[in-house]
Design a protein around this ligand. Structure first.
Ligand SMILES: Nc1ncnc2c1ncn2[C@@H]1O[C@H](COP(=O)(O)OP(=O)(O)O)[C@@H](O)[C@H]1O
Ligand SMILES: CC(=O)N[C@@H](CCC(=O)OP(=O)(O)O)C(=O)O
Length: 306
């Protein structure tokens, strides 16, 4: 047999280094829960969705407990358009009529979630899909928003007011990977109204990360991270503290508003670190979790820097 060429030797060396770099992170995170938010804009093609499913199963076998919360905004918009139902976003949130709500529920829980469950389960019997309605996992109250100083009524849009984490913990104990869509029953006080609300998936994921005491909250989207001066490509932020993010929030636009609010809320609630990573790059989540430098934008608690 021929001796390996210098190139083959270097490649093998690099692969081994990548595996060894992961060791302290596997040791640190084994046994902890990580909440991964997979945005609809990051589900660009079948290869990327497959790579995402592989990463989730990889985390599971590294002893980490992944909980997936998925979005599907572009998929909902496409279906609404097909059905001739108008919809608009205000402050990064969809104004949701009762007619649109039926479509949101159908697309998120009936389509996007089913596909993710199927992709993860092509590796084994891991994923179980839930919506916030199942076992009243989530409770929500209606919320509006403020755009340019003006109160906007968003219709059937909610914010999470309560989480019942037991069934997630039961699924994790049974070796399953929960895959959750961001639909939640409406409650006024402790009473269900019978309505369901459309919750932004970043917000729902953040509430779950906080309630589950997650070690990490990772958000996959379709940009490299947070830009301080969007869309100036040279303004990508690799790391910022919770206080720095609080200062930046009023200057953010569109989908980045709920996303960065969600990261801040998670870190404020004690989640070790939140990160925005580019879901268009295959295996970006593994690079974030298992490399020292990470990728994308990390939000760290103030104390960590102090
Ligand atoms: N400061 C910013 N940094 C990065 N992206 C930004 C910023 N401001 C607005 N955006 C926009 O936010 C989008 C991501 O939000 P969104 O479309 O809701 O994604 P997702 O479907 O992954 O939740 C990016 O594609 C980008 O167009
Ligand atoms: C209230 C609100 O805006 N809900 C979102 C829910 C889906 C979502 O958040 O999807 P992404 O993560 O892909 O953006 C919507 O209707 O689009």
């Amino acid at each position: 047999m021929e001796a390996p060429s210098p190139h083959q030797h270097q490649t093998a060396q690099r692969k081994a280094e990548a595996l060894i770099e992961a060791l302290p992170w596997i040791q640190r995170f084994a046994g902890t829960t990580m909440v991964i938010k997979y945005g609809g804009n990051a589900m660009v093609n079948e290869d990327l969705r497959r790579a995402f499913a592989e990463d989730i199963v990889f985390l599971h076998h590294a002893g980490i407990h992944p909980v997936v919360v998925h979005g599907g905004g572009p998929q909902i918009s496409r279906m609404l358009e097909k059905l001739g139902i108008e919809s608009e976003f205000r402050g990064g949130l969809r104004v949701t009529t009762p007619e649109a709500m039926d479509v949101v529920r159908m697309v998120l829980t009936g389509q996007v979630q089913r596909e993710l469950v199927g992709l993860i389960n092509s590796h084994g019997r891991y994923a179980v899909g839930l919506s916030g309605e199942d076992g009243a996992l989530l409770r929500a109250a209606r919320r509006g928003t403020v755009v340019d100083g003006e109160e906007v009524d968003l219709g059937l849009v909610g914010e999470v007011t309560g989480v019942e984490p037991e069934q997630i913990e039961d699924l994790i104990s049974a070796g399953r990977i929960p895959v959750i869509s961001s639909i939640a029953p409406e409650f006024v006080g402790s009473d269900p109204t019978g309505a369901v609300l459309n919750v932004n998936a970043d917000t729902a994921a953040s509430s779950l990360a906080a309630e589950l005491g997650a070690s990490r909250f990772v958000v996959l989207t379709d940009v490299e991270g947070l830009y301080s001066n969007w869309p100036d490509q040279s303004s990508l932020i690799s790391s910022l503290t919770a206080s720095e993010l609080r200062g930046l929030l009023p200057r953010l636009e569109s989908g980045m508003i709920p996303k960065m609010e969600a990261c801040l809320a998670a870190v404020d609630a004690g989640v070790g670190r939140a990160a925005i990573v580019d879901g268009r790059q295959p295996h970006s989540m593994l690079l974030e979790v298992f490399t020292t430098a990470g990728i994308g934008t990390q939000v760290v608690p103030d104390e960590e820097v102090a």
